[in-house]
Design a protein around this ligand. Structure first.
Ligand code: PLP
Length: 391
């Protein structure tokens, strides 16, 4: 049986080049980067190089990058580390399609007396900029809006959002966990103050993230302790993973232009192939301003979980929403916010492509999926008899 992995928004395979660069830093070069002896200084130099590589991908300065343990920590550190410097500002503005790392923290902060405005999205998954403008009142300390959505791939108008936030004087945090490495991000020309990223979404290992903090942004460490990361994040550095993240950023920078076109062409082949072969399919989210790798679609009259299981039997790994919510029976909060009917949400599958996917793999999915949907519809009470005969 063939194995086809199309769940790259959940996580990616560590690139062999990344692993190779990490390996010496387990048993040979194992010094603590804070130590002044040669064991430490060799490692400290390499950590510095990784920081430069991360900064380079984002067009930032190396001293604006701190390493964290994951995207969730970066999101938490950005929001908590900023809000605590503005104790008088009690309003947070975000959207209702953020990742749980932002949404659940926002709910927690509501419990602590903050007022949180969750901006709605339209049926394409985009916020209304006038509503954003109105929401940023004088007491708004923080605006946290994602670069691109993990479920639909929809990209937010980040530059316009940044300008609106800048005019207001609030701090702008952007969760770019799904965008970094997939599309070009230039922080020199941007109004983003803090930006989160996560290694395992761009072929570095799990358990490593980074946070960009623009020079001059007020920030109190989220994790207190030693003086690592310029006093902005305590804890002895996860050296091999930091080095892996640096290499992954270097690769992403070199490969992005070519990869973006190739992956987008594969995604379009998959999407068009599915729509052409299977009736009753809706593509969710804006089809233009979207990550090149993501396709989110609802199949009428089937359960997404059943489709996933049958795909899995054919060796195909996709997802029914975000990986974090597949253990929950709740319909996707992102699709609900976009007004997708709950019957359609239950029939949703997300395909997220990546560096290692090939045309042959896409054709394999196109070969297997129509009969899976047809079999499920044959036994579905929601698929009309007439359509059953025709499908
Ligand atoms: N933000 C977004 C948009 C994500 O997609 C994810 C992970 O899926 C995260 C944050 C959390 O990242 P991590 O898994 O590294 O904590």
């Amino acid at each position: 049986m063939r194995e086809v992995y199309v769940d790259n928004n959940a996580t990616t395979r560590v690139a062999p080049e990344v692993l190779e660069e990490m390996l010496p830093y387990f048993c040979d070069l194992y010094g603590n980067p804070s130590s002044i002896h040669s064991f430490g200084s060799k490692v400290g130099k390499k950590v510095g190089e990784a920081r430069e590589r991360v900064a380079d991908l984002l067009q930032a300065h190396p001293d604006e990058i701190i390493f964290t343990s994951c995207g969730s920590e970066s999101d938490n550190a950005a929001i908590m580390g900023t809000l605590s410097t503005y104790p008088e500002k009690r309003r947070i503005v975000t959207t209702n399609v953020e990742h749980p790392a932002v949404l659940n923290l926002s709910k927690y902060l509501e419990g602590k007396g903050y007022e949180v405005i969750y901006l709605p999205v339209d049926n394409k998954g985009i916020i209304d900029l006038d509503e954003l403008r109105d929401a940023i009142t004088d007491n708004a300390g923080m605006v946290s809006i994602m670069y691109a959505n993990n479920e639909t791939g929809v990209i937010f108008p980040i530059e316009e959002i940044g300008e609106i936030v800048k005019e207001s004087g609030a701090v702008f945090h952007c969760d770019a966990v799904q965008a970094v490495g997939k599309i070009n991000i230039d922080l020199r020309s941007s109004s983003i103050d803090l930006l989160s990223l996560s290694g395992h979404k761009l072929h570095a290992p799990k358990g490593i993230g980074a946070l960009y903090i623009r020079r001059g942004t007020r920030f109190i460490p989220f994790l207190m302790g030693g003086h690592q990361e310029g006093g902005r994040r305590a804890g002895t550095e996860n050296v091999p993973s930091i080095i892996g993240l640096g290499k992954a950023c270097l690769l992403a920078k070199d490969l992005m232009a070519e990869e973006r076109n190739r992956i987008e062409a594969l995604r379009n082949r998959l999407e068009e192939g599915i729509v052409g072969r299977i009736p009753g399919v809706i593509i969710n989210g804006d089809r233009v301003t979207r990550l090149p790798n993501s396709a989110n679609m609802s199949f009428e009259a089937v359960e997404g979980e059943a489709v996933l299981l049958m795909l899995s039997e054919e060796g195909i790994a996709a997802s029914s929403g975000s990986a974090c919510s597949t253990a929950e029976a709740e319909p996707s909060h992102v699709l609900s916010a976009m007004g997708v009917p709950s019957t359609a949400i239950h029939g949703t599958v997300r395909f997220s492509l990546g560096r290692y996917n090939t045309e042959k793999e896409i054709d394999y999915i196109l070969d297997k999926l129509p009969s899976i949907i047809q079999r499920l519809r044959q036994i579905s009470p929601h698929w009309s008899k007439g359509r059953r005969a025709a499908s």
